[in-house]
Design a protein around this ligand. Sequence first.
Ligand code: ATP
Ligand code: MG
Length: 568
Amino acid sequence: MDDEIRKSIRGIALLNASEHDGKTRNDAVISKVMGSKPELREKIKEIIPIISEIVNEVNTITLLMQKSELETKFPELLTVKPKQDRVGLPLLDDAEQGKVVTRFPPEPNGYPHIGHAKAAIIDEEYARMYGGKLIFRFDDTNPEKERLEYYAAIKVGLDWLGVKYDHIKNTSDDMELIYRKAEEFIQSGYAYVCTCNKETISKNRREMLSCKCSFGDLTQNTKRWKDMLEKYKPGEAIVRFRGNMHSENTVMRDPTLLRIIDESHPIHKNKYRVWPNYDFAVSIEDSVDGVTHAFRTKEYELRNELYYAILDKLQMRKPRVLEFSRLEFDGMPVSKRILKPLVQEGKVSGYDDPRLPTLEAMRRRGIVPEAIRKFVLSLSFTKSDTLAPFETLESFNRKIIDPTSMRLFIATDPVKLIVKNNNLTEVEISNHPQKDMGKRKIRIDGSFYISGNDAKSLKVGDEVRLLEIYNIKITKIVPNIEADITDNNFKPEIPKIQWVPSQDAVKIEVLIPKILFVNEQFNENSLEIKQALTEPYYLELNVGAEIQFVRYGYCRKDSANQVIYTHK
Ligand code: ATP
Ligand code: MG
């Protein structure tokens, strides 16, 4: 074992000992060594005795000696990493340990996607980082768009991601409070009821003209508010914030605070007909929920002025609002405006179609929650939009699933191969090259399937190895490929190909998700379906199992006869 490795093990052991009153332990050092040098995992058998030898040595010297050796030989191990490095997020201003409250406020108007994952994970990580709380709040104040199905889907998505919240609630449960605040607003003259039509309202906004309704007195506004609750029709009246029609920030030009929506609400049915819009609901809710740090995507940045102005007028506590960038994958938009038509027109099979960026689709495809978290935290915390390549997520995923994915053989676009002088009836193969994941037995009789791609490159006279069994020489290509066994020696120079026994081959389809949009156009070839044969052991795996098909890629078993290609 080379000196470099010994040296780094010694450093790790010394550091661990110095942090534990001068005594270190084998298991602690082993896990730290494997964590910091994953490449050594393969050599674990050789390394364990070395670790235990070094641990013994370190335990015989005093704590003082351990510390001085660390200082002289391993100064780099002693530089204390700042707290934010634990997950890579910058520290928050005005954040007190134990007092930070964040919230994740999705609107139940669609299926959760990778962008929601980013928001929820950041909200959760900050709450944890400061020993605070995360509130999961459905912002459900637009009954036109919201459905119970979406509340459920978002909750399922969050649970799948492993995001743990301390409290769950619905904004709509606070409607009485929101009405009281609306009345307070109107009473104090900070808001008025406007009965102009849409066109007039937007024209005035554009031209920076005050609305005639804004001159109405309290009696008029109180009467109109009552009428809004009882008899105006949708669109006939809205409550507007008395902002500034000359503001550079168009958001501040007397924005809407509440409007009439006569649709039945998924939870409250027809109990309410006047609903707060986003700004009014979110600022009040964040304030009463005790939120200290409210994160949202940066397209809301212009709305910050309104958020604070609302709370100012209501003399309510102000959380700090912070922005981060929207996350989206290249060629995989998250917007409902784009995804909904794809589902409705049947261009994708549903919200769990593996081509989509929804969490349900990620799960089906074989992306694990831990990979999503690592990926999200690896993105720098900036406001510039992140158009991340999907491959970055894939590489986090690969590292996580590799140690637990069983290896199987697959033949895509299969072609038959007959080995004339086969003399075996069964082979036993390990399910994983490094990990002990058991073995499987495969019956063989000399008739195999190999991948169309491998078959294409074979010529009479070629020698190849059928993985795990024997080397063969090709004797015939048409009509069937035929071969003879040559020997069983290890020959680095010959190609090694996988095979499937014909007698027990299992027919499956491989769904291969490709990029969904190319140059903003739906990619008609975004889903490739490949016919394939695999080993009978496939039938014994549970749906959801992740498989690494040797020389092909990682796939997740989606049903008895279908797998979804996860990634290379
Ligand atoms: P959509 O355009 O899909 O409706 P939204 O912002 O309206 O997106 P919400 O359900 O209201 O979606 O969002 C809940 C939270 O998730 C908000 O804090 C929002 O800022 C955040 N969020 C939504 N989409 C993304 C995204 N693509 N990247 C990062 N965060 C996002
Ligand atoms: Mg929304």
